[in-house]
Design a protein around this ligand. Structure first.
Ligand code: MN9
Length: 297
């Protein structure tokens, strides 16, 4: 089982370029993996998350992406496989697959769509871990799943010896502080890139996010400055980052980051979205060029 310290740090939530038929653009995906590890110098990749358009994919495509990312990354970065969703049996299948590939940890989103009780949510994690012996990071993202996990419920999840942490994608800094104080030995990752500094103030162990694919260098500075206690300097970098992030959000989150990756040199093949998500329009591509010039050139 991976030690906590070995999984701390900065992780990009991996973007996946698709072709017009919704198939993975493998050459492009390999470039994105390399770009993250070599240029952004992130500590690792979070594969199969929201940013990877995962919840629109069939199981074979999810496996293909896990395999390509591992093959391209080798041992250069830590790899976390997001295997969760409302289909428990698929989650178990994917968990076993990612473990066999050599992924360092699993992560599973809280099951969504049906309004599962917390007892059901907890049983889902325990069932995955009963079937597959690997460390697990809970993926909590209430604004998209509708599933809120409170402090007492985290206590029940963290009581499982293989539930080692949480990707905390929420703006509830009271809960974050309570979690940090109660669980100094669990891994807590910041999930909202635009709130990295306030998460660092609460002593998270790391961050996982979409914008680190293009803004990883500034994110690292924010983390280093916060760790050194220089919050004024960290805030200046967060402000620059948020000027970039709000421009990206205004122009369409994933399609814009994909265009920024193309401009950063990931030029192999189409960088389209997986339908029903729309790909960047001409106007969005033009705006992405301006954003690149302003913040990333
Ligand atoms: O989980 C990402 N969440 C989603 C991490 O994409 C839903 C974040 O990195 C956001 O994309 C980012 C922009 O809001 O913070």
């Amino acid at each position: 089982m991976a030690k906590k310290s070995s999984l701390s740090g900065l992780f990009s939530a991996l973007l996946v370029p698709f072709d017009a038929d919704g198939q993975v653009n493998e050459a492009g995906l390999r470039q994105v993996v390399r770009h993250n590890l070599d240029q952004m110098q992130v500590d690792g990749l979070y594969v199969g998350g929201s940013t990877g358009e995962n919840f629109m994919l069939d199981v074979a495509t999810k496996k293909q992406i896990f395999a390509i990312a591992k093959d391209e990354a080798g041992d250069k970065g830590k790899l976390i496989a997001q295997i969760g969703g409302p289909n428990l049996y698929e989650a178990i299948d994917l968990a076993a697959y990612a473990k066999d590939l050599g992924y360092d940890a699993l992560s599973a989103v809280t099951p969504f769509y049906y309004k599962f009780s917390f007892a059901e949510v907890k049983q889902y994690y325990f069932d995955i871990l009963e079937a597959v012996d690997a460390p697990m990071i809970v993926y909590s993202i209430p604004f998209l799943t509708g599933v809120e996990i409170g402090l007492a419920q985290f206590a029940e999840l963290f009581a499982h010896e293989r539930i080692i942490g949480v990707k905390f994608t929420a703006a509830d800094f009271y809960l974050l502080e309570r979690l940090r104080s109660a669980y100094p030995d669990h891994l807590i990752y910041s999930g909202f890139d635009e709130m990295l500094l306030p998460a660092m103030v609460n002593q998270v162990d790391g961050a996982i996010g979409s914008t680190y694919n293009v803004n990883g260098v500034r994110a690292r500075e924010i983390m280093d400055l916060a760790q050194a206690g220089d919050f004024a300097a960290a805030r200046r970098i967060q402000q620059q980052s948020n000027d970039l992030i709000s421009a990206i959000l205004d122009n369409g989150l994933y399609p814009t980051i994909k265009q920024l990756l193309v401009l950063a040199g990931c030029n192999q093949g189409p960088f389209l979205s997986r339908k029903p998500m729309a790909s960047a329009t001409e106007a969005q591509i033009v705006r992405a060029k301006e954003i690149y010039q302003q913040f990333l050139a």
